[in-house]
Ligand binder design. Structure first.
Ligand SMILES: *Cc1c(COP(=O)(O)O)cnc(C)c1O
Length: 389
């Protein structure tokens, strides 16, 4: 059963890239990891590049190579290299690699020498997230290693970068503290003779922390249209609408328990509509009794537990018919919930809602032309194939 459809408006991605690039001041790296946060990495990358992004960012070399295989040649950074991973194909394809340890530098340089093309590395300093990158006390050693390996051939240092922990909370004291550590790391690298591109900001910092913008900002969630800074709006447009058809409709009396565990009991005679999307498709079970779904022009509560493949809506006396399209989340323009609403109901972040979209859900792209997965019947290509990236 593949009943859900995710319709991605690539024009919204292009618009959001424009907003982020304008705020970024310098350059925008569009973060298209995790299949473009569930939207489809290739069409999102194309749409973001059309909107002004100059770089693409992904987690893994495989993700970067998938972009290259689709003919996208834009500068691309992969920042999570598996221990012992063979990076030769990525280096040969001109993919930049992150390095936060001497071992990672040695591996990048070895790959560079093997393929006869310098590996371009982005040296990562941990300024306070404690996730990856060199701790400040290990930074001089990492810079020393980079200089040594660059002199031997095989790599060159393109950038110095880091990542913020609390950029989405305006005024959080960790933000200026991380900027200070970052500035010191950059100063050290410059003193060692490097002239790196500097990048630190995610979407939230790109929009709300001017001092964090440096030369390049890395935006993920904002690209997909989720406002990343608590309490502020920057005119971003959600790009993805998740829909599924009503597969059956039943009239039931008051007092009817619904779904596993019988936690939900109808309060009056009502209509129950079964919608073909469940938690295996990324609808969070934890959204529980708060969850609402848009159907027949109104929001309706999810009745009882979301199941693996489907959920039940209590639609009251609304005139709902089999085949009607329910909207799980979308841009919020007519009153339908957004991914951010679902995140709030489920106690998670919108990133997890979007990246949780299951493989059974079909992807459809508006306008056709950016997508590699055109709906049956096609549609004409708006862009010339191949070039332009
Ligand atoms: C995912 C990620 C981003 C994007 O962050 P958003 O908050 O989604 O803009 C940027 N940088 C790194 C290193 C990431 O892992």
């Amino acid at each position: 059963m593949a009943l859900g459809t995710a319709t991605v408006d690539t024009r919204a991605v292009t618009h959001n890239a424009g907003v982020l690039a304008a705020h970024g001041g310098g350059q925008l790296m569009a973060v298209v990891k995790a299949d473009g946060f569930g939207h489809g990495a290739v069409p999102v990358a194309r749409a973001a590049l059309a909107g002004g992004a100059g770089w693409l960012g992904v987690a893994t070399c495989a993700e970067a190579l998938a972009l290259r295989a689709a003919g996208i040649a834009a500068p691309t950074l992969a920042w999570l290299v598996r221990p012992g991973e063979d990076c030769r194909a990525a280096v040969a394809a001109g993919v930049d690699l992150a390095a936060g340890t001497p071992d990672q530098l040695v591996a990048a340089a070895a790959a560079g020498r093997a393929v006869g093309r310098e590996a371009a590395v982005h040296l990562k300093v941990d300024t306070g997230l404690a996730r990856n990158g060199a701790a400040p006390q290990d930074w001089p050693e990492l810079v020393r290693w980079a200089g040594k390996l660059a002199a031997e051939g095989g790599l060159r240092v393109r950038a110095v970068w880091s990542h913020l922990a609390c950029a989405d909370e305006p005024g959080h004291p960790s933000v200026p503290a991380q900027l200070t550590v970052f500035d010191e790391a950059v100063a050290h690298a410059r003193a060692a003779g490097l002239d790196p591109v500097r990048h630190l900001a995610n979407s939230a910092a790109a929009l709300a922390v001017p001092a964090a913008r440096y030369d390049l900002v890395r935006a993920g969630i904002g690209l997909y249209g989720v406002e990343p800074v608590r309490g502020r709006r920057f005119g971003l447009r959600p790009a993805l609408t998740l829909t599924a058809p009503v597969v059956s409709v039943r009239r039931v009396p008051a007092g009817t328990p619904v779904s596993y565990g019988h936690q939900y009991v109808t309060r009056r005679a009502t209509t129950l509509a079964l919608v073909g999307l469940g938690y295996a498709d990324g609808v969070p079970r934890a959204a529980g009794p708060c969850a609402r779904v848009w159907l027949a022009g109104a929001r309706h509560p999810v009745a009882g537990a979301v199941t693996m493949d489907s959920l039940v809506l209590d639609v009251g006396d609304a005139p709902v018919a089999v085949g009607d399209e329910a909207v799980l989340w979308g841009a919020g323009r007519w009153g339908e919930p957004t991914a951010a609403d679902w995140a709030g109901w489920a106690g998670t972040n919108p990133h997890e809602i979007l990246t949780g979209l299951g493989a059974r859900t079909a992807r459809r792209y508006l306008p056709t032309g950016f997508g590699d997965h055109l709906p049956a019947g096609g549609g004409h290509h708006l862009t010339a194939g191949g070039g332009g990236d």
